[in-house]
Unconditional design. Structure first.
Length: 316
């Protein structure tokens, strides 16, 4: 519909673009390093980032964290060999949790960079782990969602799907939500690893689920944005975008926002799936969003130039 091609401020919406870096670290065949920039503006707990995009809504924002420039390197530590990683680390209670395609999850002391423990999975992982309570959860390409004791790295439970997993888990109210490649969406008890529900969702899934109080939202490579009842997994609504969805949805202000491979950022009513607006960012959208202070920030991929830019949509 023509009205969908308007931005959040209508046809006169302003867009500010600034060049960003080339994105996640990807250096085949080299030892990888995790580098932390120090700032005296952050304290343990204030800067926690316990999951992909910070929280189950995928807000991409921590209101308690403030940076004062310039930043300086505090320490650097190797996190893998013979491979590469593209996963952001999770941070909780003074510990950084970092995974990579080498298949190991490492726990690293935030203050010193010293390794606390490591856990080797049978598959590879380039997904962001999630930390809740005393457990850290991570998914891998061997089709397993694994829960470890966050303090010592010992296995608590492992849930097997039978299919590769390429979505980062989201945790809300004691339940872990994720999807496997064949399109099934899972809800698993965070304490025991017992299956709460499973919903077959036709379509290849690379989009990590967002979860609010009522629903689970996920995109498919077939171009559907799907909402499921959070308690039962029953379908709530589905809309077709007509383009592949790799990016994870974000829930904010009663809206679900999601980027498409066609370069459009779209917003829908979270309860009904009714379209609200769309905005042409000018290049495919593969990454998650950040929403704060009336603005939406997204990263677009310029496939021909192998570069990226950041687009800021200002509120009215």
């Amino acid at each position: 519909m023509e009205s969908e091609r308007q931005g959040p401020c209508g046809r006169d919406s302003r867009r500010t673009n600034t060049r960003a870096g080339l994105g996640p670290l990807a250096v085949p065949g080299l030892a990888l390093a995790l580098t932390i920039a120090a700032t005296n503006a952050l304290h343990a707990g204030d800067a926690d980032w316990p999951a992909y995009q910070h929280d189950p809504l995928h807000s991409g924002y921590n209101s308690a964290a403030r940076l004062r420039l310039p930043l300086e390197t505090a320490w650097t530590t190797p996190i893998g060999n013979e491979g590469w990683t593209s996963a952001s680390p999770a941070l909780a209670d003074g510990t950084i949790y970092a995974s990579g395609l080498h298949g190991e999850l490492r726990a690293i002391d935030r203050a010193t960079g010293a390794e606390k423990w490591r856990f080797a999975s049978e598959g590879s992982s380039y997904l962001v782990p999630a930390v809740s309570g005393n457990k850290v959860y991570f998914a891998s390409t061997d089709g397993r969602l694994t829960a470890l004791d966050a303090s010592i790295g010992e296995l608590v439970w492992s849930f097997e799907t039978g299919s590769n997993i390429h979505t980062s888990p989201a945790i809300r109210d004691g339940t872990v939500y994720f999807a496997s490649n064949e399109g099934a969406v899972y809800a698993v008890d965070a304490q025991t690893g017992a299956l709460v529900w499973r919903r077959a969702n036709p379509g290849y899934v690379l989009s990590s689920p967002a979860v609010d109080e009522a629903r689970v939202y996920i995109g498919t490579m077939e171009g559907d944005l799907v909402a499921l009842d959070r308690s039962t997994g029953e379908p709530a609504w589905r809309v077709s975008l007509g383009t592949r969805i790799r990016s994870a949805p974000t829930v904010a202000g009663g809206s679900v926002l999601v980027g498409g491979q066609d370069g459009f950022l779209r917003a829908f009513e979270s309860g009904t799936g009714n379209p609200l607006w769309s905005f042409d960012c000018g290049a495919p959208l593969f990454d998650g969003l950040a929403v704060a202070s009336g603005a939406v920030v997204t990263i677009t991929a310029h496939m021909l130039r192998s570069a990226r830019r950041t687009s800021l949509l200002r509120s009215c």
